[in-house]
Design a protein around this ligand. Structure first.
Ligand code: SAH
Length: 216
């Protein structure tokens, strides 16, 4: 007989081997984080058995936890390491922040819905992910006191790139952000070089809306 934790560990291993490794996720740090963080704890109990499937899931408040592959892809694109300080806009379930925290030095994550913010904070404490700092506010204006960041990740779809987030990115830093209309977006990878910003389109995606001063 295998216990519950072993059951989820096996599902996690299968997720890495079947959904990530064959689809361009090859950074060992990312694969290790995805194979370590207990994704099932980031969804409600009734959905735990679906937590390692190749799809997003509802997390309440009409928000979603992203599909594992997109979490891995966004994380890998940022090219972070153990010295990186990373800002995330859209804590949601906390899963993306948890993945980042296993690779980076420190993660700063902002959520605008109080219940999600509270739940994620509790879970980070329970898992002893002590290098995650949380904030309950509109994240489109970033986190100026802690800037500049090595990397910024926006996990909600934006109508345009918020200027303030570019300002808070370090020179040479990278940012991933879905930009488009309310239904579909393109996942953009930006790199700041002095006063210019290079942009690469990583492909079409679909996120919930970024709501706020510099959002919808
Ligand atoms: N990264 C999350 C994905 C959550 S979905 C995860 O791993 O589960 C996107 C989240 O962005 C939602 O929780 C939504 O409330 C939040 N959000 C939307 N606009 C925001 C804003 N301006 N500031 C902070 N959070 C925002």
């Amino acid at each position: 007989m295998i216990n519950k934790e072993q059951h989820f560990e096996k599902m996690r291993e299968d997720m890495v081997n079947s959904q990530l490794a064959p689809y361009g996720i090859n950074d060992p740090k990312v694969l290790k984080a995805m194979g370590t963080v207990p994704r099932h704890l980031f969804v409600e109990e009734a959905l735990m058995d679906q937590a390692y499937g190749d799809f997003p899931l509802p997390i309440g408040e009409q928000q979603t936890i992203s599909q594992p592959r997109i979490v891995a892809e966004m994380t890998q694109a940022l090219k972070i390491d153990k010295n990186s300080r990373v800002l995330e806009i859209g804590t949601g379930s906390g899963y993306q922040a948890a993945i980042l925290s296993r690779i980076a030095y420190k993660v700063y994550t902002i959520e605008r819905i109080n219940s999600l913010y509270v739940n994620a904070r509790k879970l980070f404490d329970k898992l002893k992910y002590h290098n995650i700092v949380t904030k309950y506010t509109d994240g489109t204006i970033g986190w100026n006191e802690e800037s500049p960041f090595d990397a910024i990740i926006v996990t909600a779809g934006a109508p345009k790139i918020p200027d303030e987030l570019i300002n808070q990115l370090k020179d040479g830093g990278k940012m991933v952000i879905p930009v488009g209309d309310k239904r579909t977006q393109n996942l953009l990878l930006l790199e700041k070089n002095g006063s210019s910003v290079n942009e690469r389109n990583l492909g079409a995606c679909r996120f919930v809306n970024l709501i706020g001063k510099d959002g919808w």
